[in-house]
Design a protein around this ligand. Structure first.
Ligand code: B12
Length: 230
């Protein structure tokens, strides 16, 4: 476990946008933390705090940018350890994942991609600002069975729906499992837009993908999967 002191320093480093300090703490936690996912969850909580302060007008865009850079620098340090710890499963399926159109938030999507690939999935990361048709074509061209869509803004969430609608319109709804997530994306929303899966974090995302692929039903006929099997 990282010490609460170290988590305190990590919090300060991200809040203050201190990249060097975030890298130093990341290095140390990558080498010594017992549970690296716990450290990632702490950092994720801090960057959300920054978002809340931004939303409340208590800090401004340049500060949010610096905090995000510190968070990203921290993630760069700990990602290899995250991969190593989750790793060693056999390949189970192929996923294309991206952040939807109009949205450039990548941190959470990257964590999900890392956890999936460390858990044995072949992951094709389409990056950010992915238009609906691009996601579908990429899934087709790579032979993926799952399309993962991240949205961090209320204004970009409708593009998750658009992917599902397009699959319907193209008569391809049964070809791919769709899983959605990201800060404002609720389980209810995922259900309402006809997604197959939803997860609040990366660990659950892996479990939901495992469950979707094990289902006897086809995507068009499945209920929303949103948690690990009991
Ligand atoms: C960091 C950040 C940024 C960084 C992004 C850096 C980067 N490379 O990603 C920067 C500074 C660049 C940025 C820019 C902007 N941002 Co911003 N940003 C954030 C912030 C603070 C944190 C997001 C984050 O990284 N969270 C940490 C990660 C780990 O959590 P997560 O993304 O939720 O991911 C986890 C789960 O959701 C889930 N998950 C995520 N994706 C997926 C996908 C699948 C398939 C599954 C199953 C699960 C899953 O698993 C993840 C891991 O556990 C949020 C605040 C917030 N509460 O989200 C605002 C926030 C999202 N941003 C916001 C805004 C407004 C903007 C800007 C428009 C600001 C501006 N005026 O320019 C621009 C957006 C430009 C654009 N077109 O996209 C608003 C959005 C409001 C809205 N409309 O909904 C927020 C909510 C801040 C706020 N309170 O106002 N931002």
């Amino acid at each position: 476990m990282g010490t609460s002191n170290e988590y305190g320093s990590l919090r300060t480093a991200i809040l203050e946008g201190d990249k060097d300090q975030a890298v130093a703490i990341g290095e140390d936690l990558a080498a010594n933390a017992e549970d690296i996912l716990e450290a990632v969850n702490v950092a994720s909580g801090v960057i959300r705090e920054v978002g809340d302060q931004f939303g409340a007008g208590e800090l401004f865009l340049p500060e949010m940018v610096l905090a995000a850079e510190a968070m990203q620098a921290f993630m760069d340090e700990v990602t290899p350890r995250l991969e190593a710890d989750a790793g060693s499963a056999q390949a189970t399926g192929k996923v294309v994942i991206g952040t939807v159109q109009g949205d450039i938030h990548s941190i959470g999507k990257n964590i999900v991609a890392t956890m999936l690939s460390a858990s044995g999935y072949e992951v094709v990361d389409l990056g950010v600002n992915v238009v609906p048709m691009e996601a579908i074509e990429a899934a087709e061209n790579t032979g993926a069975s799952i399309i993962g869509l991240s949205a961090l803004m209320t204004t970009s969430m409708p593009y998750q729906k658009e992917v599902v609608d397009l699959l319907d319109a193209l008569n391809q709804r049964d070809d791919f499992w769709v899983i959605v997530g990201g800060g404002p994306v609720t389980r209810e929303y995922a259900h309402d837009i006809g997604s197959n899966g939803w997860a609040p974090d990366a660990a659950v995302a892996v479990q939901v993908c495992d469950r979707m692929l094990a289902l006897p039903t086809s995507p068009a006929n499945s209920e929303l999967i949103y948690e690990a099997a009991e």
